[in-house]
Design a protein around this ligand. Structure first.
Ligand SMILES: [Zn+2]
Ligand SMILES: [Zn+2]
Length: 290
């Protein structure tokens, strides 16, 4: 092999390798993000909640708390999504991870390969890690393939390198194929603005479950994960939109404030409710639209 080709092979290899390690590092060591303090139950609310025996009464306390928060999704039966273990109201798309023992913002899944929870804080890094791993495997397979052919045509004289070539090619192809399925699946999820958990169980809004509840169209969905600046899309740096607590909804313009709907739902239990929190919710919609 001529020297210039060797230098080109090695240079490209190391550029891909650096991105592969960098994105892996970021996926592993970016801690999952927990909900903000304002989603936590205050000491007074906690005491009221624990002293309340009736489930309806407890739900009423949660409804009052949720009114001050930008939460629009509910449980399957229309109740406020509350985490008993973390004692907090779950923001939209947030789920409790039993491995990490905490609530994780926009939780996607707990990944054993990176030993970390994949969620709002590191989803972009995880996607890039899959993409660079694919590229890495593809590059290795492509550069080794020439020698693999030589192996069969008996042009390869050095017997020690035979094993390396076989091993490299098969491992690279094996990982390439399995990563391709995972990466393809996640590309589809991003295009639909859905997390893995939401793909299995659709988020429930005031009008019932809607698997496309957060789907804003391909470009906006991509921007939500990768940010608006395209030059940052392929770099493992923070560029996702929002703070992970609130996500714009598809039915957004037509959506009535779900907290009002919620109030109607619970009115039988507690008719004397102040609506201050509802105004907070509506002003938030106006703020996000402008
Ligand atoms: Zn939790
Ligand atoms: Zn986890």
């Amino acid at each position: 092999m001529c020297v210039s080709l060797l230098v080109a092979y090695l240079t490209i290899f190391h550029v891909i390798f650096v991105f592969f390690i960098w994105t892996y590092w970021k996926s592993v060591f970016t801690p999952p993000q927990q909900p903000d303090k304002k989603f936590q139950m205050s000491y007074a609310d906690k005491e009221r909640y624990e002293n309340e025996d009736r489930p309806e009464g407890q739900q009423q306390i949660l409804v009052e708390m949720a009114r001050k928060l930008p939460v629009y999704t509910r449980t399957g039966n229309g109740a406020i999504r509350f985490c008993d273990r973390c004692q907090l109201i779950k923001p939209d798309r947030c789920h409790h991870c039993s491995v990490c023992a905490m609530c994780v913002l926009k939780m996607d899944h707990h990944c054993p390969w990176v030993n970390n929870c994949i969620g709002f804080s590191n989803y972009k890094f995880f996607l890039l890690f899959l993409a660079y791993s694919l590229l890495y495997c593809m590059y290795i397979a492509a550069t080794v393939f020439k020698y693999f052919i030589k192996f069969w045509t008996a042009e390869l004289t050095n017997s020690r390198s035979k094993f390396h070539i076989l091993f490299l090619l098969f491992v690279a192809i094996m990982f390439f194929v399995s990563l391709l399925f995972l990466f393809g699946y996640h590309c589809w999820l991003v295009s639909q603005n859905r997390s893995t958990l939401e793909a299995f169980s659709a988020p429930v809004f005031q009008n019932g479950p809607d698997k496309n509840g957060f789907n804003l169209g391909l470009v906006k969905n991509l921007q939500q994960v990768f940010g608006e600046e395209r030059r940052l899309w392929l770099l493992p740096v923070v560029s996702s939109q929002g703070d992970g607590h609130f996500f714009p909804m598809r039915t957004w313009s037509e959506a009535r404030n779900p907290l009002l709907a919620n109030e109607e739902q619970w009115e039988e239990e507690g008719p004397e409710e102040d609506t201050h929190g509802c105004h907070l919710g509506s002003s938030l919609i106006v703020e996000m639209e402008t």
